[in-house]
Every structure is written in C-alpha cells, then in structure tokens.
Design a protein around this ligand. Structure first.
Ligand code: BMA
Length: 846
C-alpha cells in the first residue's frame, strides 16, 4: 500500500496544566505554534514586542502547558504501519496517546517518530496530548544537580547550558526573554508499508570539473516479503540525466547507486555563476507498484577551506570549484523569537536581501536553531554560502552522559537533514565557547589529545567540539569541512590574528577602538564584528506607543536595547565622531551613520587584504537580522528594513570596488590638534576572475567650497588584477600646512566606459566639519508604469551619507551615498505607485 500522510495541524486545544477549570482549554489556530502565539490569538497575551509587554509575558515562561488533539485514525490497510511524526517539540515534552505515554523528549532540535499502529487499532476518536514542562524551571533544577560544574558564560541565565533548547530563548544581548513551548515544527501521521527513511546524495567532482559522480544511498524500512525495487532518478530542470532500478534484498536496509554526470553544470555562489540544482529521487516499488518516493535537490560543486602556512601565519579562506572566494557576509540569528511565525516567504526575502546586498556568506549562529528547510533552500537557490554552527553558544557546557547522547542524536539528525544542501560549506562546533574557556580560565591544554581526560576537566565540552562533532560530520557529511569553534585557530588564543577565525569586538565591546582603524584589527577570517544602530523610525513607532517616549534615551527605548553598556558605547562613538542630537529622528540617523561608517571601514580594508596574499579570507558582520523590533547590531531590522550600513556593505562588496583612505590620526589622543600631513592610499579590489583595464580618477575637493583644490589625477589603462587588489597609490601625501582647507579625496573607477565604483575619503572626525549649505538636489523623474523611479542627485559641496527613507515593498538601488560636485549619481527606486509621495531623505547636518 502506498505511503500517505495526514497532517495534524488543526483542531488542537491547549491550556495551562494547572488550570483545571472548564474554560481553561483554548483553541489553537494552527500547529506548528508556540504557546505565546496561541495566547496572543486568544487575547490572553499582548504582543510581547510592543513597549514593556515582554515583562507582562514573563508568567508564560514559568508555566507548564498542555496541547490536546482529538482525531480520527486514518485508514490503515493490513500490513501497514502508522507512525506519529514530530519534526520538533519545544522542549520538555511528554506525549500520551489515549492516556498512554508514548514519547518523552528533552531536546528541541530533535525530530521523533513513534510507531502507533497498535495504539490506533481501536475505533476513535483518539486523544493525543503533549505536555510541555516548564523549561525555565527544568533548567534550574538540572543546574542545581551539578553544583561542581563551572556554570560560566555570557548572555542569558547559565542554567540554559543544561538544556537543548535554543539558547537565545533565555534572552540575549539583542533579544527578549521569551521561553517558548509548543509543537514548533510539523506533526503528522504517516501510514506506510515500505518506506524510504533517508536519501543521501554524495557528490564528487573531479578536479578538472569534467565529470561528477552522484552516489545515492537510500535507507529503507518496513520491507515484507515480495520483490522490491528501488528506482533512482537524477534530473536537471525536469530532464532526466540518469536512472537505474535496483532490486532490494529483503534483508537489506539500504539501496545504493552511483551516477556518472558528464560535463556537469556546477553550482556557484551568486556573482560567480548560476545555481543549477539537480534532483535526485528514489521510489520503492513492490511488484511494480510504487510504495513511497522521496527526492532531494543537490548541487554539484567542490568546497574547500584553504588553510596553508604563509607569511601572515596560516590562511583561512573558502575555495569553491577551484575559485578563491572572499566571503563577505553576515551572521544570522533566528529571525523571530516566535519561530513558527517565520514563513518560507520571509526566509526567502531575507536571503534575497543578502544577495541584493552583495553578501556571499551567511553564518547560522550557534545560539539559535538549525534553521528551517526554507532557509537552506533559499541559500541553495540564490547562491549564498552557509557557515553552519552547531547549537552551542557563549558558555561552558556540561557533558553528562545522557546530555552527550542527546547531543549526538541531535547532531546526527540535523546533519542528515541538511547534508544535501550545496550551500553549506562548513560546520563549526560552537559560538565563542573557547572564549568562555579563556575568560573563565578553564583548562585547555591543546597538546593533551586524550578525549577521556577532557571529559574530566573543567572544560569538558571540548569533548563535544573536538571529538563528538568531528566524528558526526565525518560519518554523516564527510565532504564538508569541520572547524571546532568560532572563533578558533589550532588551539591558540581565540584572538590570534594569524590563524583560524576571530571575533573582533574591540570596536564596540572590549577596548572600544575607533572604528577608523578597524581594518588593522582583523585576522585571517573575521567571523564577527559589529556596531549598533537604531532601526528606522517606522520600526521604533511599532514598539514605542507614547509620543512622550520618542526621545533617544527614553526608558522604553533602553528596554528595547539589551546590550550591556549600550548607553555609554553608543554615546562614545557618537560623541567622538558627530555633533550630538536630542531629536529622535536625527539621533536615529546619527547612530546609523556610525554603523555604516564602521562597517565600511572594516570591510573595505579586509577586502583589500584579500588581495594581499589572502591575508583576510572573509568578514561576517554581526548581525544581518533581528528576532524582534529592537536596537541592536543588525544592519537590517526585524521588519526587513535595511539600515544605511546595508548599503555601505553592498558598495564595498561589489565585484569591483575602489578604495581611498588617508591614514588615521587619533584626534582624541592629540587633543584635537590637526595633523601636519597624512599619507593616503588608493586601490581597486576586484572579485572578477579576469584581469580588466580601467581608468582611475582621484580628486581633491574642498569640504568648505566644493572646489577642486588641485587638478584631478587620472590613471589610464590600469591593469586591474583578477580576484585581488591593485594598489595604485601607497604613499600619497596630504600636506595640511600648505593646504589647510579640509577636503575629501574622491575616487572613481571606470571600466568599459562606465563608472564601476566610487569612494570618498573624509577628514575625520565629521563633527569638526561645517556641513552647511551643501546645495544638494535630488530630482525625481516621473515614475514609470512599472513603478520605477530614477532619482538624479547632485551637490555643490561634498555631502556625507545621503540616506533615503525605507518603505515596505520599495527597493532602492543605493542609499547612504556620498555626493561630490561634478559627479551626478543616479538611484533607482522600484515599487512606488503613481501618486506616492516622494521618498524623504536625510544627510549629515542637514
Ligand atoms: C557575539 C555573539 C553574540 C552577541 C554578540 C554581541 O560575540 O556571538 O553572542 O550577541 O557578540 O555582543
């Protein structure tokens, strides 16, 4: 009999376990859900993202919840089995069917399958109940059972380390304390006889890329007597590439086939080629009748992490299909505190935004979740590389035997679930747990290679990162590189800039360096660095209800900023660089300028270093997104509204980028004495794979008058190095004594007669500059029928950081731009409707 499934998504009710009143049961609109979403729908809870409502929602975190469903059993033909399948239960769940306990789970990241054939033999109705014990209390209980363990870490309550539940649910320095509970992923009944339990495509591409082999391993369950066949098929865009039928031995549990693909179409990250996805399927038939079929989409590609000794230490960069890829991108946190509310479409829009922003890589951060399939599918389809952390973050994790076993199951389950995605190019053991080890002075002797001794040390989770996880990856997805931690480098200090990856937080956290020197603080791969900025006013208006609270330091705004010391740090960077503002809209803008500049200074320099013997292999900013409307390091807010930094990152990540920068002179250290002279440098960064010819122009323009202070320098026929950096000037000199007028250096690059890139270097800090009377003109052309509008932008004097209003469903080709006289810029706006008011804009010291 053929496989079929019955989703159990509707008809559920739920209640607080301790409320036994008749009215306690409330309807659940749809499962997957969380108790918070269901309470909101029943008007028992206000939107926790507004005002101080997070506090009003805390009681929910402290309760035990019961979900209940009465259902009719499906038709079950003789010889078939029925399984109850949960893709995820959050978190301490006891499941009963008709009063019998059938499953207990304590790991949110694990899926479950329970054979319920016997239980469903009687006529219905049948009653399914899932009780979710209070995770917050369970965590404290578990912690108290092991007082000898060193419960060290940062962010949230350390009892979280005892529980396999998304760690950010305990609150993070960008997220609320919302302890969800519920059936957070799909639940269904599956009726089957023989069934494919897994299909694993293993892809191998020859070095010359001329042939690939796809080995398909199907795991099969439920075989009875009879002649079974596994029919494998490989297609590309619906066209058959290969197929083969294999008889299955009754005793066998697997069927395997290897397909040869000649001249395969390779999968590339976006910007380097297309993303063809082959589809592999397997169907099991018995006596010619199909019983079950599953398929997986795969990409044919090679992915390596290149770690070679060199003059800077040891490299750390990605090579895809033989091409070195500078991995500029972002870290990703869960896109909501209420996870089931993220639709596939919302995932898709996030990844589309990354692609439009020129981001090559996304890092799924270890304090969240192994993401939804829709996330990885979007990355596969759109060509974004995925750095996948395992779910451990900022802590010293205990390793009780039952916890280790749960972790092993969780990681096997998830690597098996994810291993066909071509976008995933690295697995990483944890987020910052080695930093916790260092900061808390826990034992880590890299020369000690005895895993059993690690278990007994006060940093026992080394066993997870250096034994358990590499074994799981080697067994389940051996072609993907494994790295023990982010950051980590050969057992050296996690801040070592010569090896592995680093998290560079000495801008914002740490020593709070000036962002102008960010490039000098990088390592071989910068997998975290960031700067906070306020989101746009429309987002703030969502959570600030009273007009009286719309000032930069209001209590509700502080409440929505969970970062330690945020008041001082934001103030520090503002005070050092910009003239202060008390008006909220202006203040928002200023924080955004700081963030945009910080990201630019980091990326621009690191990308340049890429071309210097791959000194820097990539940079993943902290963080692309938010899990609620908040003030954080995100460069795009909860509602997918980009902050200006999104555009500056996009600009420095363009396949062709030009950079000009004068040397940093720390004005604070010299008590605002202007430097007598400054050196400057001019270069072109290219990720194009062929050498190009270009023209480079450099101008010196007065900030005061907008006039050229000297004739522009023009470099014709510049050979632009492929996939690297071309230094054009390394020892330029500005003589501030001879030329005291503050001026910008404005650089442009032409390739094939078109302007390919621009950059403007400014005197620092901005607060000393007079920005009055800029003569800025933004001239909108008529909106086309397709909703496109061209903005022509000019200025009489240099303009800093012209930012356009973000409107939902309206896209900007650019924003956060600098304008200099004599260089009209064009911005394309899409998604406007006829009659819409023009976009508002802002620039420095308007
Ligand atoms: C990093 C991350 C997060 C944190 C961020 C900002 O180190 O790994 O834990 O949110 O810093 O502090």
């Amino acid at each position: 009999m053929a496989f079929f499934e019955q989703r159990l998504s509707t008809g559920w009710t739920f209640r607080d376990r301790d409320d036994e009143s008749a009215e306690a049961w409330m309807p659940v609109a749809v499962v997957p859900s969380t108790v918070q979403q269901d309470l909101i729908a029943n008007e028992k809870l206000e939107d926790p993202y507004v005002g101080f409502n997070e506090l009003k929602a805390r009681w929910v975190n402290e309760k035990t919840w019961v979900y209940r469903l009465e259902f009719q059993r499906p038709e079950v033909p003789a010889g078939s089995t029925v399984a109850l399948v949960f893709d995820g239960l959050d978190t301490f769940a006891s499941v009963t069917l008709n009063g019998q306990l059938i499953l207990e789970s304590s790991n949110m990241f694990l899926g479950h399958r329970v054979d319920v054939t016997t239980a469903l033999q009687t006529e219905g109705p049948h009653v399914l109940e899932v009780e979710f014990d209070c995770a917050q209390l369970k965590a404290t209980e578990l912690r108290s059972k092991d007082p000898n363990h060193k419960w060290e870490g940062f962010n949230g309550d350390m009892s979280r380390l005892a529980v396999r539940k998304a760690q950010y649910h305990w609150g993070w320095d960008w997220g609320p304390v919302i302890m969800t509970a519920g059936i957070w992923r799909d639940v269904r009944l599956e009726v089957s006889s023989a069934r494919v339990t897994d299909l694993w495509p293993q892809v191998h591409l020859t070095d010359d890329h001329k042939t690939a082999s796809v080995t398909a391993v199907a795991t099969i369950d439920g075989l009875a007597s009879g002649a079974y066949t596994a029919c494998f098929r490989l297609t590309l865009r619906g066209d058959e590439i290969a197929c083969q039928d294999i008889p299955i031995e009754n005793s066998g549990k697997t069927a395997q086939v290897t397909f040869q693909v000649d001249n395969p179409e390779l999968w590339w990250p976006h910007g380097y080629g297309s993303q063809p996805l082959y589809e592999l399927s397997v169907a099991i038939t018995r006596d010619g009748k199909e019983l079950h079929q599953i398929s997986k989409k795969l990409g044919i590609r090679q992915a390596d992490v290149v770690q070679q000794p060199d003059k800077h230490g040891k490299s750390f960069f990605f090579r895809i299909n033989g091409v070195d890829i500078f991995c500029g991108g972002s870290c990703w946190i869960p896109a909501d505190s209420l996870l089931p509310s993220i639709t596939a479409d919302r995932y898709r829009r996030w990844i589309e935004l990354m692609v439009a922003g020129g981001q090559a890589m996304v890092r799924v951060w270890g304090g969240g979740i192994y993401e939804d399939a829709a996330f990885y599918e979007a990355c596969d389809e759109l060509g974004v590389l995925v750095w996948q952390d395992f779910m451990f973050g900022c802590g010293n994790y205990p390793v009780w035997p039952e916890l280790l076993e749960s972790i092993r199951q969780e990681t096997v389950f998830n690597v098996q679930r994810l291993r066909h995605h071509p976008s995933i190019v690295i697995y990483v053991g944890n987020n910052e747990d080695y930093q916790v080890q260092e900061q808390a002075n826990l034992t880590y002797d890299y020369s000690d290679k005895d895993p059993e001794s690690w278990l007994k040390s006060d940093f026992p989770a080394r066993y997870i990162y250096e034994k358990l996880l590499p074994e799981v990856v080697a067994e389940c997805s051996p072609s993907v590189f494994y790295h023990p931690g982010s950051p980590w480098g050969d057992g050296k200090a996690t801040s070592d800039p010569t090896v592995g990856d680093i998290h560079q937080w000495n801008v914002w956290h740490g020593t709070q360096e000036k962002y102008q020197i960010f490039d000098t603080l990088g390592g071989r791969f910068n997998s975290e660095f960031g700067m906070e900025a306020f989101p746009h006013m429309s987002t703030i208006e969502y959570f600030v209800e009273n007009d009286a609270d719309k000032y930069p330091q209001s209590q509700v705004l502080d409440f929505h900023n969970k970062a330690d010391g945020h008041e001082r740090r934001l103030a520090t960077y503002l005070v050092e660089n910009l003239r202060m503002a008390t008006d909220l809209e202006k203040y928002i803008y200023l924080t955004q300028v700081v963030q945009a500049e910080t990201m630019m200074f980091g990326y621009r320099g690191w990308r340049r270093q890429w071309g210097h013997e791959r000194k820097c292999g990539g940079a993943l900013l902290w963080q692309i997104n938010d899990c609620w409307p908040t003030i954080s390091w995100a460069i795009v807010d909860y509602f997918l509204r980009p902050k200006p930094a999104y555009y500056t990152v996009k600009r420095v990540m363009k396949p062709l980028a030009i950079g000009v920068r004068r040397e940093h002179s720390d004005w604070s250290a010299v008590h605002a004495q202007p430097p007598k002279r400054s050196q400057y440098e001019l270069w072109v960064a290219s990720s194009r794979l062929e050498e190009l010819q270009g023209t480079v122009e450099l101008r010196w323009l007065s900030v005061v008058t907008g006039r050229d202070l000297r004739a522009p320098a023009v470099y014709e026929n510049v050979a632009i190095a492929a996939n690297g950096t071309t230094d054009i000037i390394t020892d330029g000199l500005i003589d501030h004594v001879a030329q005291p007028e503050p001026h910008v250096l404005a650089a442009r690059l032409w390739v094939d007669g078109e302007i390919a890139a621009r950059d403007v270097d400014w005197p620092q800090p901005f607060k000393y500059l007079d920005f009055s009377d800029r003569g800025l003109e933004v001239r909108p052309q008529a909106t086309s029928a397709a909703g496109q509008q061209i903005l022509r932008i000019t200025a009489r004097k240099p303009v800093k950081c012209l930012v356009f209003e973000e409107r939902d469903n309206v896209r900007l080709s650019d924003s956060a731009i600098d304008i200099v006289p004599g260089d009209e810029q064009v911005v394309t706006v899409t998604g406007l409707n006829e009659g819409d008011p023009p976009l508002k804009y802002n620039y420095l010291d308007q």
